[in-house]
Design a protein around this ligand. Structure first.
Ligand code: GAL
Length: 378
C-alpha cells in the first residue's frame, strides 16, 4: 500500500511540478490563435500591456478571432503592467522561435531593450497601438489616430459648454505611454483657444494654467502638465485625484463643469466622484475605448461620450502585416511616426465619436457588441 502510497505521492509531486512548469513557461498568457505548433515553436508572438484593463482584454479576444483564420502559430502574453515581465515575455517568445513580434509596450521607452533583443534574432517588430520610443529596433507601427482621439474629446467639451468661465478639469494617461502625450496634445490643440478666450477656466492644474496662452506645447511642457494630472491609466488613482481636486477647489469651480478624462476606465471612476458631489449640478465627461461598462454609462447618461477605436481593424492590420512578412512580402503602410530615433513606417486607423445619439448605429449595427449586453438601449 505504502508502495502504492509512496508511488502515488511521487506521481502527485511530479504532476504538480509539471503543471507549475507549464504555467511558468507561458508568461501568464494563452497560447492562442493557431496556437503553438506541434514542436512548441511559435511563428508570431503577441505581447499586450495588461489583462487588468478591459481595453486589452478586448484586443486579446479580437486577436483570437482573427488568428483562427491563419495557419501560422501564435501566442498571446500579458505584461501585467511590468517592463521586467514584458522583457521576460519577449524572451520566452524568442526561445520559441518567433519570426514576428507584435507588441504594445507597458512603457514605450523601457520596451526598447526587449525589441532590441528581438532584432538581434532577426525578428520583425510591429509596435501595436502604443509606440516604442528611442530605438531603431521597430520595423512597423499599427495604431489609431491618437491626436484625433484627444481633439475629438476636446471638441466634444467645447460643443457641450454653455456660456463662459466653465470650470474645466483636466486628466491624462500614463507618462510612460507615448499615446498619453498625443491624446493630451490633441485635446489641447482645440481646448487651448477656448481657455485663452475665457470659455473655460482650468480648475485643477497650475501648470496648464501657466501655459494657457501657448497653442503648441513642447514635450517638456506636456510632461509638466501630465505630471500634475496623470491617472497612470489607473481608475483608483483617477478617483483619488478627482476627490482631492473637488475637495481643494472653491465654489466657483463647481456647478456645471467640463471634464477631460483620457479613457473609459478612468472616466467612470471620475464620473462617480463628480456625481456624488452635491455642488456639481451637471458635468460633461469624455472617454475612450468604448468599453462595455462605459457604453452602459453613456446609455445611462453617467458618461457623456467615448471615442470608439475599432480594435478589429487594428488587429487585422497587425495580422496582415505579420502574414505578409512571413510570406516574404513588404507590408502596406500609410505614413510614419518619428520615435525619437527613427521614422517608423506606420498604418493608422481613424476613430469614431460615440455618445447616446449614435451608440446603436456605431456599436450594435456594426456588430461590435450585441444589444443584449446592455439595458436601456433605445
Ligand atoms: C492607450 C490606449 C488606450 C487606452 C490606454 C490605457 O495607449 O491607446 O486605448 O486604453 O492605453 O491602457
Amino acid at each position: 500500500m505504502k508502495t502504492k502510497g509512496k508511488k502515488f505521492t511521487l506521481f502527485l509531486v511530479l504532476m504538480i511540478f509539471a503543471l507549475i512548469t507549464a504555467a511558468c513557461s507561458d508568461g501568464g498568457g494563452d497560447s492562442e490563435g493557431g496556437g503553438s505548433s506541434s514542436n512548441g515553436q511559435v511563428d508570431v508572438g503577441i505581447v499586450l500591456p495588461t489583462k487588468d484593463e478591459p481595453r486589452w482584454v478586448q484586443d486579446e479576444q479580437r486577436f483570437k478571432d482573427a488568428l483562427a483564420e491563419t495557419d501560422y502559430s501564435t501566442e498571446i502574453l500579458f505584461s501585467q503592467g511590468s517592463s521586467a515581465k514584458e522583457k521576460e515575455n519577449v524572451d520566452i517568445l524568442l526561445n520559441k522561435g518567433i519570426k514576428v513580434l507584435i507588441i504594445s509596450p507597458h512603457d514605450g521607452a523601457a520596451a526598447a531593450a526587449a525589441v532590441e533583443s528581438a532584432k538581434k534574432d532577426d525578428v520583425t517588430v510591429i509596435a501595436y497601438d502604443r509606440l516604442i520610443t528611442d530605438t531603431d529596433a521597430v520595423d512597423y507601427y499599427v495604431t489609431f489616430d491618437s491626436l484625433a482621439v484627444g481633439a475629438a474629446q476636446g471638441q466634444y467639451l467645447i460643443d457641450k459648454a454653455e456660456g463662459t468661465g466653465v470650470p474645466l478639469y483636466l486628466y491624462a494617461g500614463a507618462s510612460s505611454d507615448n499615446n498619453a502625450f498625443l491624446f493630451f496634445q490633441g485635446a489641447w490643440s482645440v481646448l487651448q483657444p477656448k481657455i485663452a478666450d475665457g470659455t473655460f477656466k482650468i480648475a485643477n492644474s497650475s501648470e496648464a494654467e501657466a501655459l494657457k496662452d501657448t497653442a503648441e506645447l513642447s514635450r517638456d511642457q506636456l510632461s509638466k502638465i501630465l505630471g500634475q494630472v496623470t491617472t497612470n491609466w489607473d481608475p483608483n488613482e483617477a478617483k483619488n485625484k478627482a476627490q482631492t481636486h473637488l475637495t481643494g477647489v472653491a465654489a466657483d469651480m463647481k456647478g456645471d463643469v467640463s471634464i477631460l478624462a483620457p479613457n473609459d476606465g478612468t472616466a467612470r471612476a471620475i464620473a462617480d466622484v463628480f456625481s456624488s458631489d452635491g455642488d456639481i449640478t451637471n458635468y460633461t465627461i469624455t472617454g475612450q475605448d468604448a468599453e462595455k461598462a462605459s457604453i452602459q454609462y453613456v446609455i445611462d447618461e453617467k458618461q457623456s461620450m467615448t471615442v470608439f477605436k475599432d480594435v478589429r481593424t487594428l488587429v487585422k492590420d497587425a495580422i496582415d502585416m505579420a502574414v505578409t512578412v512571413l510570406d516574404d512580402g513588404t507590408p502596406e503602410t500609410t505614413g510614419s511616426y518619428n520615435n525619437g530615433t527613427a521614422d517608423i513606417k506606420a498604418k493608422q486607423t481613424d476613430v469614431i465619436v460615440v455618445d447616446k445619439e449614435n451608440v446603436k448605429q456605431e456599436l450594435i449595427d456594426s456588430e461590435y457588441y450585441e444589444a443584449s449586453e446592455f439595458t436601456g438601449l433605445e
